[in-house]
Write a protein that binds this ligand. Structure first.
Ligand code: HEC
Ligand code: HEC
Length: 278
């Protein structure tokens, strides 16, 4: 459990540093929005994991999230782990944190125009962000991930508005400049992600056959820009200008990556975001 404690400790530091109001992405303006009292970012400490079968599930869920390559193997089709985007095991409030999510789902989402359970939403990341396939909803692995996120959501009331949810959206104030993005990538990203974008020992792939597919959230320029702005270069979040974050996101997302055949079923009732790549 030392790893989890370390991650929790780190998250406390991060959450103090990044006290800014969050704008939720349009997908989050669902029927669940209530404007109740502000909720604190206060994930439970690892000592509160029960020493029962449920506790084992929570620990397995954590392992799957931080080492999806090993623990989620048959369902993963690229070289990513959940924690590569949901940083620090989903505990980083700047990187689509898992804290509180069990109190947000089930939730209607326009991408598939239905009410999604937490398991449905997790499977969307398996199929898209991990370019793999869905886990059976009643499988022990899916139940473990749900148990982990549910544990991280203790004390957050059902239907609450979670201020740290998602990514902090930024605006682009001028047309995208992928040539500038290419330069930024070479100067500030290639060191860890490789000049070919395929990843190194120090960073996962950001394009190519082992990256997220075109139907992943990260394949939208505004989503990648928001993630990059607050988290990249790793350890130097908030150092790029908004324009540079957009340009480098546009450059990365213009590179080849896997297709997603199921994309034709997306947004069946409308609501497709303007920056969807398909
Ligand atoms: C010091 C090394 C380092 C640098 C420099 C760096 N990254 Fe990362 N990046 C990482 C690591 C490590 C992760 C995975 C984080 C984790 O697992 O904790 C990551 C994750 C990502 C991800 C999400 C996962 C994926 O591979 O799709 C994107 C997108 C990304 N970085 C883009 C960038 C961009 C753009 C830059 C330049 C502005 C950049 N990174 C600079 C190390 C780095
Ligand atoms: C390539 C990056 C990436 C990877 C890898 C990834 N995700 Fe995601 N995930 C995202 C993005 C981006 C979002 C949407 C955040 C937003 O729209 O603000 C998201 C959303 C989610 C949500 C819904 C969040 C919410 O606020 O409603 C859950 C749950 C989730 N992911 C779970 C997982 C799990 C579990 C894994 C591993 C099996 C995983 N994700 C892997 C990028 C990723």
């Amino acid at each position: 459990m030392w790893l989890l404690s370390m991650v929790l400790g780190m998250t406390m530091l991060v959450s103090c540093a990044g006290e800014t109001a969050r704008v939720q992405t349009e997908e989050f303006h669902g029927a669940d929005r209530t404007d109740r009292a502000v909720i604190e970012f206060a994930p439970p400490s690892p000592e509160t994991i029960p020493g029962s079968r449920l506790g084992e599930q929570i620990r397995l869920g954590y392992e799957i999230v931080v080492n999806t390559q090993e623990y989620g193997r048959p369902y993963v089709g690229n070289r990513l782990n959940c924690t590569n985007c949901h940083l620090d095991g989903g505990l980083n409030p700047n990187a689509a944190s898992f804290v509180g999510l069990a109190s947000v789902y089930p939730l209607y989402r326009s991408r598939n125009a239905k009410v999604n359970t937490l398991a449905d939403r997790i499977n969307e990341c398996f199929e898209r962000s991990l370019n793999g396939r869905a886990l059976p909803p009643d499988s022990s692995k899916m139940q473990a991930i749900v148990a982990y996120i549910t544990w991280l959501s203790e004390g957050v009331p059902q239907g609450a508005t979670i201020p740290w949810r998602g990514l902090q959206h930024i605006d682009s104030r001028r047309p995208l400049d992928p040539a500038n993005g290419k330069k930024i990538f070479a100067n500030k990203c290639a060191f860890c992600h490789g000049s070919d974008g395929l990843g190194t020992m120090s960073g996962p792939p950001v394009w190519g056959p082992k990256s997220y597919n075109i139907a992943a959230g990260m394949a939208r320029v505004s989503v990648a820009a928001a993630f990059i702005k607050s988290n990249m270069p790793r350890g130097w979040g908030w150092t790029l200008s908004d324009d540079d974050a957009y340009d480098v996101a546009a450059f990365i997302n213009a590179q080849p990556r896997p297709d997603f055949p199921g994309k034709t079923n997306d947004w069946p009732k409308g609501g497709k975001p303007a920056d969807s790549p398909y």
